[in-house]
Design a binder for this molecule. Structure first.
Ligand code: NAG
Ligand code: NAG
Length: 161
């Protein structure tokens, strides 16, 4: 019995690493959005880092042809978004945090990642009434649960049989 539990823990850890690996290997841009518990908008734009780590990465968000925010400090945001938006970039994600998201009609938000000369865009519709509450774990559970179950069940079954 004890042995099975240890095995289970081992497989859980193993499957988690596999999932993390699979997630970070994605190549195209991905844009997701959610509503924080303070009712602010959080958008996460995932990208594949250029192979040259020394290349300067710039990320910015636009909506209705207005600059919401940019990691380029020389590009001031549109006056509508002044002091409301924060854009930050890390290894392979660019985050937008926007305060005072209005309830009115849905709007398209576009994330641009500029690693070489041409920025690469990805657009998503943001509708405040349809946004999910932010929670890092939910995303992981939705995409990973089935896979995780498979990984856990197979070795366990073979052990029981
Ligand atoms: C940052 O913004 C300034 C002003 O818009 C622009 O001239 C400059 O090329 C930008 N820098 C990069 C790395 O894109
Ligand atoms: C967002 O962009 C798509 C594609 O360009 C367009 O069909 C749609 O009407 C836009 N939605 C809003 C709310 O502007």
């Amino acid at each position: 019995m004890q042995y099975t539990v240890v095995r289970m823990m081992y497989y859980t850890v193993f499957a988690t690493f596999l999932l993390l690996g699979a997630a970070s290997a994605q190549t195209s841009l991905q844009l997701s959005s959610c509503l924080t518990k303070e009712q602010n908008l959080e958008m996460v734009c995932k990208f594949t880092p250029a192979s040259d780590p020394k290349l300067q990465k710039i990320c910015y968000y636009m909506t209705e042809n207005k600059l919401v925010g940019s990691t380029n400090t020389s590009s001031p945001p549109d006056s509508t978004f002044k002091n409301r938006a924060t854009v930050s970039i890390a290894d392979n994600i660019c985050k937008l945090y926007l305060k005072g998201l209005s309830d009115d009609k849905p709007k398209n938000y576009t994330c641009f990642i500029k690693q070489t000369t041409t920025p690469v865009p990805i657009t998503a519709v943001v509708d405040k009434s349809k946004l999910q509450t932010c929670s890092g774990w939910c995303v992981m559970q939705h995409s990973g649960a089935a896979l995780l179950l498979t990984f856990l069940t197979l070795p366990l079954l073979s052990e029981l049989l």
